[in-house]
Ligand binder design. Structure first.
Ligand code: FAD
Ligand code: UDP
Length: 399
């Protein structure tokens, strides 16, 4: 009898498996319908011997020391600060928009002080700021909005920025200095030997059994377990009872080129041309040296694997109906980006999983101390739901 069946071996599922097994001596079965662990962060060596991220570029960054140190138990880190260029008006310019972006785009020679005045003169006041259009237009005005954000967002989401929550484009700051890093988090690093190696070390424990190529629906009636942790799409769990929750998908086109370098930056964004949004060259991310180089193009689409929850009011309202079902489902705990319908980065998912573990471990601690009644009678006490737990604080965990 397993204490936990964990559905999904991405960050949410693997962190919980690791903690429950090592921290609480639980017996855990973790299943994933894909042929590998790591979820969307899975990486592997391609036929040319280059380390690539199968599901698009994954760059680790966090302000949470707790998350960084926790994951650091399973990997060494390679310091890495991410940089992005955006292809606009025939130029490749720093993104996020900064002082150099503005000077090069408009042929100006502004100082940091002057660029703030420049932004203010271009900006259109919007009150209150509700949408992804409002965020940018109110800071830098329509021209920069249209060149850098409008079409990228329409491509990525199939929606106009005016139809998306402010939080989406607010992920990308506007800077009046020359800082051209994509992130400014305290901890920015890549797992030295890749994400998959890190996941393998997390899951390497006698109390953890890993089954890949397995949909949990194939085994849930066959293998006994006490509690379930579910990290797949929440609407699918409930057979779409309230209708489908929109998730945005991507198609990835991987290529290897017979030259050491393909482009001028780790990622080049194409807001206005092409059907793809961005091109990533993996060797920048991994630091690998190789005579060839591998890149990936991301083509957004509506159908396919669910990658992004779509942050807008009507979807949040639909999610709340699923959350009510989740809250009322005993012995199942929902965690992760798809199961709690949150546009979370890896560190936020890790923090959310650690928070859920803290709640669950309280119950195991009581049980071991003999204070809890034996299951199944004591089971209801363990009914904790990540969706109801406090989300990781924005102050301590990066967005
Ligand atoms: P997932 O990784 O999606 O894992 C869920 C797992 O559940 C999947 O492996 C799935 O196969 C499995 N599953 C679902 N249903 C079933 C079922 N019925 N039976 C069995 N298994 C099932 N974050 C960052 O911090 N930095 C980045 O640079 C970054 N880049 C990203 C780029 C892209 C293109 C995408 C899509 C995401 C990116 N993210 C990034 C976000 C990051 O991928 C997520 O935060 C993180 O991987 C979520 O982990 P998770 O465990 O919640 O979900
Ligand atoms: N975005 C944009 N232009 C860019 C980069 C980002 O319009 O050059 C918008 C777009 O809506 C995107 C969002 O900002 O989906 C968040 O960007 P981020 O790079 O964080 O996206 P992710 O890496 O999660 O795909």
């Amino acid at each position: 009898m397993f204490d936990y069946l964990i559905v999904g071996a991405g960050f949410a599922g693997s962190v919980l498996a690791e903690r429950l097994a090592r921290g609480s001596a639980c017996k855990v079965l973790i299943v994933d319908k894909r042929p590998h662990v790591g979820g969307n962060a899975y990486d592997h060596y391609n036929e040319a011997g280059i380390l690539i991220h199968k599901y698009g570029p994954h760059i680790f960054h966090t302000n949470s020391r707790e998350v960084f140190e926790y994951l650091g138990r399973f990997t060494e880190w390679r310091p890495y600060e991410h940089r992005v260029l955006a292809s606009v008006d025939g130029l490749q310019l720093p993104m996020p928009i900064n002082l150099d972006t503005v000077n090069r785009l408009y042929g100006l020679n502004l100082t940091a002080m002057q660029v703030d005045q420049f932004f203010a003169s271009m900006a259109t006041p919007v009150e209150p700021i509700k949408t992804s259009e409002d965020v940018i237009v109110s800071k830098v005005g329509r021209d920069l909005y249209e060149k850098f954000f409008k079409n990228y967002t329409r491509k990525q989401w199939g929606l106009d920025p005016s139809e998306l929550d402010a939080s989406v484009t607010a992920r990308v700051p506007i800077r009046s200095n020359r800082d051209d890093r994509y992130f400014t988090d305290t901890y920015q690093a890549m797992p030295l030997h890749g994400y998959t190696r890190m996941f393998e070390r997390m899951l390497d424990h006698p109390n953890i059994k890993v089954m890949t190529n397995t949909d949990y629906r194939e085994i849930r009636e066959l293998i006994p377990f006490r509690e379930m942790i579910y990290t797949g799409p929440v609407d699918e769990f409930f057979d779409y009872r309230h209708g489908k929750l929109p998730y945005r998908s991507l198609q990835f086109k991987h290529e290897t080129h017979d030259r050491p370098q393909f482009q001028q930056a780790p990622v080049v964004n194409y807001p206005n041309e092409h059907a793809y949004t961005r091109v990533t060259e993996f060797k920048y991310l991994t630091g690998q040296e190789h005579s060839k180089t591998s890149v990936v193009y991301e083509f957004p689409c509506a159908e396919g694997d669910p990658y992004y929850p779509v942050p807008r009011a009507e979807n949040v309202a639909l999610y709340q109906r699923y959350k009510a079902l989740a809250d009322a489902t005993p012995h199942v705990h929902f965690a992760g980006r798809l199961a709690t319908y949150r546009y979370y980065n890896m560190d936020q998912v890790t923090a959310q999983a650690l928070t859920l573990y803290t709640k669950l471990s309280g119950v195991h601690h009581l049980k071991r101390a003999g204070a809890a009644t034996e299951r199944p009678h004591g089971r209801d006490q363990t009914t904790v739901n990540a969706a109801t737990s406090t989300p990781p604080s924005r102050a301590s965990v990066s967005s």
